[in-house]
Ligand binder design. Structure first.
Ligand code: Z5A
Ligand code: MG
Length: 227
């Protein structure tokens, strides 16, 4: 799942998160970005959330595939715990100059659980002080196109009602990120169009951050989410 290699760079890696509703193309774009960065001589690692390979991740996987039921708060906390068990490795790799590209993060955690009716603050709090992404790219796609893409509807949250309500919650999450961490930390990307076209949009948006990193500008500490 992960792609990585070592780095001799003195500046830290960038922490880039992809978010968005189902089938908007996150996994496709995350994989392409890791490849493109490595071709350009940067070191990068893909981190998927949920990370279904850990013991906690396997419980989440069973829940998502409707093989197990769980209390809404309990599953929410497991998604958060799944991020916490990866947090030290993310900080370590960033410090070693490796760019981390995350396929979903705490923002999905809030949006999906709040869409089920849990209080927004309850959904936000367990992730407080996780590594703060340098930028989150929120991919937007027409719901009709998303629902026509391969495998939509196989997992628990893949219903029109849930997607609509999650979209509303993502808008509130975006406001919270901008309020607490500034507008540069959250960027919307139009995910309509071909894979390459969307990839070029993403590359264009990331250029300032990646150039800053190459120039040694990413020496500032990795922040703490919501702090
Ligand atoms: N969840 C949660 O509740 N709480 C949390 O804290 C977290 C997650 C972290 C599983 O996530 C569920 O977990 C998810 C949120 C919840 N719920 N739902 N529903 P996941 O990340 O494992 O889900 P996934 O299975 O990877 O699906 P996805 O992420 O929704 O899809 P995607 O990554 O955005 O899309 P894709 O796999 O890149 O592309 C989908 C298809 O479209 C594929 O056939 C591609 O080849 C095609 N594609 C991609 N881009 C294009 C373009 N541009 N044109 C045409 N076709 C394209
Ligand atoms: Mg995906």
């Amino acid at each position: 799942m992960a792609s990585s290699s070592s780095s001799s760079s003195a500046s830290r890696g960038a922490f880039i998160v992809f978010e968005g509703l189902d089938r908007c193309g996150k996994t496709t774009q995350v994989s392409r970005l890791v490849e493109r960065l490595e071709k350009e001589g940067k070191t990068a690692r893909l981190q998927k959330f949920p990370d279904r390979t850990t013991a906690i991740g396997q419980m989440i996987d069973a829940y998502l595939r409707s093989k197990a039921d769980m209390d809404d708060r309990a599953i929410h906390l497991l998604f958060s715990a799944n991020r916490w068990e990866c947090a030290a490795a993310i900080r370590r790799d960033l410090a070693n100059g490796i760019t981390i590209i995350a396929d979903r993060y705490a923002f999905s955690g809030i949006a999906f659980s709040a869409a089920k009716g849990l209080p927004f603050d309850f959904c936000l709090n367990p992730d407080t002080a996780l590594p703060l992404p340098d930028i989150t790219l929120y991919l937007t796609l027409s719901p009709i196109i998303a629902s026509q893409r391969a495998a939509f509807g196989e997992e628990r949250y893949e219903t029109d009602q849930m997607q609509r309500s999650t979209r509303q919650q993502f808008a509130l999450v975006a406001q919270e990120v901008v309020k607490r961490h500034g507008e540069n930390r959250w960027r919307e990307v139009d995910a309509n169009g071909g894979i390459e076209e969307v990839g070029d949009r993403i590359w264009g948006l990331l250029a300032p951050l990646l150039e800053e990193g190459q120039g040694g500008g990413l020496k500032r500490e990795v922040g703490e989410l919501w702090v």
